[in-house]
Design a protein around this ligand. Structure first.
Ligand code: COA
Ligand code: ZN
Length: 298
């Protein structure tokens, strides 16, 4: 399979920990610009407590105002059934539930134990299937947890099997703090591809230790064709200390296209979106390849 699906998470993972809080109109403008750059899958925000994450307040108004192009898909992150209901009321039919693989990370992130989170996730998946929603399940801190250290891959494989059996459309394996290396990624993703097939799997990497792209490559070698990425390398979880940005969308597009895969993203338009976000947030942004890509475009 030569096509890569990039799920752009800048408007959610990217913005959720920024000191500058953008208005729903600014966030909407960013999302429309990302569609115009050829991204077809965008996580537009989250339906979480606005006290916990003020950056994501008013995702309902944002969702309702969006002009989603034909064939494109928007999704939103939800922590619980209330989030599911708010997402559906706003017309968002693809939702992402997050299960952290360790107890402590679940407590810090959404104040639930692992078994509670699994129960909530399974309930949301079942209800989603009944009501025509698509539920993606994230396994967060799938390689290393900022509180509990290295994660046993067997735990990830077991939780993945339960979420898939419940009917998750897709399982996203997330290196939330950017601590994984390509050998771990390849080995875990090969096991999951064997168990569930590549079309239902995706990977989510952070570039904290400069291994983001190497990890994308390792997952590609294991057969994975769906990746989360954030424009300009924005990103980080406010509840996981030490996180840096997501692997940058422009870097992932460059890698995939150089390897002969198709992403459908117009890189030059994407570079202008990087500049737009940098201006909105008044901060320097851009993936590792941004400078080179920009020069090449000039
Ligand atoms: N969306 C909006 N508000 C929500 C909500 C949701 N999905 N879930 C709960 N709330 C509200 C409740 O209605 C309640 O409001 P009230 O005080 O006005 O009555 C308040 O939040 C507290 O609810 P409670 O069930 O006691 O939750 P909590 O205080 O234990 O917090 C979460 C749990 C999950 C709501 C909160 O920790 C959260 O939203 N975390 C965000 C996690 C996140 O985004 N992480 C980064 C991405 S992985
Ligand atoms: Zn992340």
């Amino acid at each position: 399979m030569n096509d890569i699906i990039i799920n752009e998470v800048g408007p959610r993972d990217g913005l959720q920990s920024q000191p500058t809080v953008l208005s729903p109109q600014q966030r909407g403008g960013l999302i429309q610009a990302l569609f115009a750059a050829g991204l077809t899958n965008i996580e537009i925000g989250s339906f979480v407590s606005p006290i916990a994450v003020p950056q994501m307040a008013a995702t309902d108004a944002l969702a309702q105002a969006l002009q989603v192009p034909m064939g494109a898909e928007v999704s939103a992150l939800i922590p619980n059934m209330k989030g599911y209901e708010l997402a559906r009321q706003s017309g968002v039919d693809v939702v992402a539930v997050v299960v952290s693989v360790t107890e402590t990370m679940n407590e810090k992130n959404i104040r639930m134990s692992l078994s509670q989170v699994m129960e909530v996730a399974e309930d949301i998946i079942t209800r989603g299937s009944r009501e025509g929603a698509q539920v993606q399940a994230y396994l967060a801190v799938a390689f290393e947890c900022p509180f509990e250290g290295l994660v046993d891959p067997d735990r990830v494989v077991d939780l993945a099997a339960r979420l898939m059996a419940a009917g998750a459309r897709e399982l996203v394996v997330a290196d939330t703090i950017g601590a994984a290396n390509p050998k771990q990624v390849r080995s875990l993703m090969e096991r999951l591809v064997d168990n569930h097939g590549a079309p239902r799997l995706a990977c989510h990497f952070h570039d904290t230790r400069a291994l983001g792209l190497a990890n994308v490559y390792a997952a590609l070698e294991a057969g994975v064709r769906r990746f989360d990425a954030a424009v300009g390398g924005l990103g980080g979880c406010p509840f996981a200390p030490g996180t840096k940005g997501n692997v940058a969308t422009e870097d992932v597009v460059m890698l995939c296209e150089q390897l002969g895969y198709r992403t459908g993203v117009d890189i030059d338009r994407l570079l202008t979106v990087v500049e737009m976000v940098a201006q909105l947030l008044d901060s320097e942004l851009g993936g590792r390849a941004f400078g080179w890509l920009k020069q090449r475009a000039a």
